[in-house]
Every structure is written in structure tokens, then in C-alpha cells.
Design a protein around this ligand. Structure first.
Ligand code: SAM
Length: 241
């Protein structure tokens, strides 16, 4: 299914991309339209036929071409993942929007991201939330993303290099948690750091099995429910856990 979306994106992009470099607004708007169409097409899986206005505004505002290697800037608004070095990827825009939408982040929320990568997802979250904490295990990627986010003016994002499996206990509890690498189970430290009433979006599965994007909701009594959303393909959550 993802392949189908990616192909649609490519065909659409060929007609939409501006011929002059430096002005990506039209391409970004086209990308958001396509992500919205993908959202409607997958509503039977996600339970949501439209992105919230907050998510749309964030996707329109954040300049994805600033989060990819310079030689990929001209393809930054394709609706597909792109390599960012160290064997890692910046996620497909549709998946970024879907995960953000599922988190139901509001102004003032405190959000944790595991897997900073390029910093793009953190920037999308920072446009909506009060504060974003993001952890990356690959030091050069994490440091570069931290510098990028501060040079773009995101004062409400804190980044750290480390194993995100253990979360960020000093900054907990979080209203929402997003994990952008696949793992076989919900890490117990992350569930513990989620507020009662909070939401976690996480891809579950291994590199060699079908992975599913899951929505975990922590109830007020501390118990959790999980709902399977979509089959996905993410890089693995690494680390010593
Ligand atoms: N959110 C990123 C973005 O917007 O560019 C994309 C994330 S990429 C799909 C997954 C990231 O998770 C990679 O950068 C990878 O190094 C990181 N990662 C994998 N295992 C991790 C762990 N245990 N703790 C923190 N980060 C981890």
C-alpha cells in the first residue's frame, strides 16, 4: 500500500514542482494536498478522514527541504522517505502527518519523540505543542538535528543523544509520545512516562516481519489499550535494551 502512495506522489510531483530553485512553497502545498488525500483514502484504518487544521498548518509551514541532505532538496516534497545518512531515513510526509494526527497534540502539550533523525518530525510537533523532547541514538545525526532545529528558531525543542528506549524520565510525564523506529514491544519505561489520558504512536514489529503502526492510549487508571492502525515499514529501534 505504501508503494502505491509513493508512486502517486511521484506522478503528481512531476507536474507540481517549480522550475526555479529556492521557492518550494507550491511544492510543499501540493505535498500537503497529497498527504490529505492519503489520509482520506486510509480513513477506514485510522478512523480519521481528515488531518486536523493544526497538523495541516504545521505541514504547510515546516520546510522539509531544510531537513534533507542538500543534494536531495529538489526532491524534498515528494511524498516518500529519503535517506539522511548513517543508514537512516526521514519518514514519508504522509506517515509524519498520520502519526502527528493520531497523537492529538494540543497547544501547551509536552511531547517526547524517540528517533530525532533529521529533526523534521520534531519541528512539526514543535509547531503545535508547548515543548518537545527528542532523543537520537546516532550522535552525529542527533547533534546535527539539534543544531538545525535551533538555527531554525525552535526554542521549544530539546534534543539529546542516547537510547530512547529508556525515555527522558526527568522531563516526564508526557501528554504524547512518538516512536519513529520499529520495536517488538512497547518499551515499559515509555509507557510509564506517558500521562494518564496520554497517547503513544509506535511502529511494532521487526525488520523482517510486517510492522504495524499502533496507537497506545493510557487510561486514567494507568491501564493501556492498543489499536492497530496501518502496516508500515520503519528502521529498527536499536540500542542495548
Ligand atoms: N523522526 C525522524 C525525522 O523526522 O527525520 C526520522 C526517524 S528515522 C525513521 C528513525 C530514527 O530512530 C533514526 O535516526 C535512528 O537512528 C533512531 N533510533 C533508532 N533506535 C533508537 C533508539 N534506541 N533511541 C533513539 N533513537 C533511535
Amino acid at each position: 500500500m505504501k508503494r502505491h502512495f509513493a508512486l502517486g506522489a511521484f506522478l503528481c510531483f512531476c507536474f507540481a514542482f517549480p522550475s526555479q530553485g529556492g521557492e518550494f512553497d507550491a511544492a510543499r502545498h501540493k505535498m500537503v494536498e497529497e498527504v490529505s488525500a492519503d489520509t482520506a483514502a486510509t480513513s477506514s484504518y485510522s478512523g480519521s478522514s481528515a488531518l486536523s487544521p493544526r497538523v495541516i498548518a504545521a505541514m504547510e509551514r515546516v520546510e522539509r527541504h531544510r531537513f534533507v541532505p542538500a543534494d536531495l532538496a529538489t526532491v524534498a516534497y515528494l511524498n516518500r522517505p529519503l535517506p539522511i545518512g548513517y543508514g537512516q531515513t526521514i519518514s514519508q510526509p504522509f506517515i509524519v502527518a498520520l502519526m502527528t494526527n493520531l497523537m492529538k497534540v494540543k497547544a501547551g502539550d509536552r511531547v517526547l519523540e524517540i528517533g530525532t533523525g533529521s529533526g523534521y518530525q520534531a519541528a512539526i510537533l514543535a509547531e503545535i505543542a508547548g515543548s518537545v523532547y527528542s532523543i537520537e541514538i546516532i550522535a552525529p545525526l542527533g547533534n546535527e538535528a539539534g543544531d538545525r532545529l535551533s538555527s531554525l528558531g525552535y526554542r521549544n525543542v530539546q534534543t539529546r543523544v542516547g537510547d530512547g528506549y529508556y525515555g527522558w524520565p526527568e522531563a516526564a510525564p508526557f501528554d504524547a509520545i512518538i516512536v519513529t523506529a520499529a520495536t517488538s514491544h512497547v518499551p515499559p519505561p515509555l509507557l510509564k512516562q506517558l500521562k494518564p489520558g496520554g497517547r503513544m504512536v509506535i511502529p511494532l514489529g521487526t525488520q523482517f516481519m510486517t510492522q504495524f503502526l499502533m496507537l497506545v492510549e493510557k487510561k486514567m487508571d494507568g491501564s493501556a489499550t492498543t489499536r492497530q492502525i496501518l502496516p508500515v515499514r520503519f528502521v529498527p529501534l536499536t540500542g542495548g535494551h
